[in-house]
Write a protein that binds this ligand. Structure first.
Ligand code: DAH
Length: 412
């Protein structure tokens, strides 16, 4: 009898060819073998696996025993090898899933092998169980390592092919900007409110009486031509041509209290539209009424305004002028903000920019507002914030203001 490498070789009594597929040579049924004392020193076979054969009518002798246990152990070893080799060949998460289902899942090969555990004797089972657990642990560890390597590789591949390049600069958002006229208006409000003026709202649709008559322009007055406007179908109702009628509205509301107000808003004019004229535009009116108000007060307020609006040290000049609602009347110029007075296209080479019309409130207008002109005096002025914005931002055509071309805002 020959025992070699753990397997029985050679003809032997009562042995019959094994019916289990993985058994290499012969096999005994469980009843055919009996546990016996060990027979150390036989190469390749652990001593505790030695059995004596007690086959019917047979001779006793030491032969390789418990082929079943050996077989399972070998299957486990084989499984471990197969699984490890297969694992190294998986390259995707999907393949790993398939691998798991083949080897470690409930329907996998490991469980399949362990099903035969029931065929082993109670003494044999622990060793096989232990080996099986070890194989399982080894495979699970390998799986985990391989799985995270693959996950990392997959992520890396995604990063290379699909990821967002965070080093690219973002697309800039277009931020909105205030319209240049709104900016000019807000600057004007800030300057005058700091000097104690309140902002007063007056109607854009007004009457002939307020727009002209109460401002000392009775029907037929030649100055009305300068302020021709749009008329509504209601007789006497028109779109105001200037903010000056607001003076009388304010005076009638506050008389006989002293007043310091600015009146901003839209005005409309029957106008041939060109680079410096629009049929709709903005004005800001100013009015101060009280006792002892003089032309010096007017000059002081306006020069202070010009310095704050255009920068300190502005030169200002007052030219005599005519408005029916002020007396005396002036126009105020400042030295050109663009060329500093040297002469340029914006100031039409005069070195000066027209800024506003002003004057002392005409006594009849004061009276129309409810003030006694022997006791009260006042000054008034009217300016165009659109024009101020044109000058301040060096824009050469007022029509840009109302054509909704956002590029205008980029320029200023
Ligand atoms: N209302 C005038 C215009 O539209 C501007 C003006 C001039 C307003 C003199 C005033 C003033 O209050 O005193 O041209």
């Amino acid at each position: 009898m020959l025992v070699q490498n753990g397997w029985y070789h050679g003809a032997c009594w009562q042995l019959r060819p094994c019916r289990r597929t993985s058994c290499q040579l012969f096999c005994f049924s469980k009843t055919e073998v009996q546990r016996t004392t060990s027979s150390a020193g036989v190469r390749g076979v652990p001593e505790k696996f030695f059995f004596s054969l007690a086959a019917p009518g047979g001779k006793k002798g030491i032969i390789l025993m418990n082929i079943m246990q050996q077989d399972i152990l070998q299957q486990l070893e084989q499984l471990q090898q197969d699984a490890q080799t297969a694992l190294t060949q998986t390259t995707t998460t999907e393949a790993i899933r398939e691998w798991y289902s083949e080897y470690l899942s409930r329907k996998g090969r490991l469980t399949g092998i362990l099903r035969n555990l029931g065929n082993l004797s109670a003494e044999e089972r622990p060793l096989v169980g232990k080996v099986a657990n070890e194989v399982k642990a080894v495979l699970e560890n390998a799986l985990q390592e391989h799985q995270s390597a693959i996950a990392r590789a997959e992520l890396e591949a995604i990063r290379r092919t699909e990821s967002v390049d965070i080093t690219l600069p973002g697309r800039p958002q277009n931020l909105g900007k205030l319209h240049v006229t709104t900016r000019a208006l807000r600057d004007i409000y800030a300057i005058f409110t700091a000097m104690g003026f309140q902002i007063y709202d007056s109607p854009e649709v007004d009457t002939d009486e307020y727009n002209f008559q109460l401002l000392n322009m009775p029907p037929g007055h030649p100055a009305r031509d300068m302020w021709d406007t749009f008329y509504t179908t209601t007789p006497g109702l028109l779109l105001r041509t200037h903010t000056s009628p607001g003076q009388v509205h304010a005076m009638r509301q506050y008389a006989p209290e002293p007043i310091r107000v600015i009146l901003p808003g839209k005005c409309y004019r029957y106008e041939a539209v060109d680079a410096s004229h629009e049929s709709m535009f903005y004005q800001v009116e100013g009015l101060a009424v009280g006792k002892h108000i003089t032309f010096s007060d007017l000059k002081g307020v306006l020069i202070n305004f010009a310095n704050q609006m255009y920068g300190q040290g502005r030169k200002a000049r007052f030219r005599k002028s005519y408005f029916p609602f002020t007396e005396p009347s002036v126009e105020m110029d400042i030295d050109c903000v663009l060329c500093g007075g040297k002469g340029c296209p914006v100031c039409k080479n005069t070195g000066w920019l027209e800024m506003l019309g002003a004057g002392m409130v005409q006594p009849r207008v004061l009276q129309n507002g409810g003030y006694d002109p022997t006791e009260f005096s006042g000054f008034a002025f009217g300016m165009g914030p659109d024009r101020i914005a044109l000058q301040k931002y060096g824009i050469d055509d007022i029509r840009y203001f109302f054509t909704n071309d956002a590029r205008l805002l980029e320029r200023v």
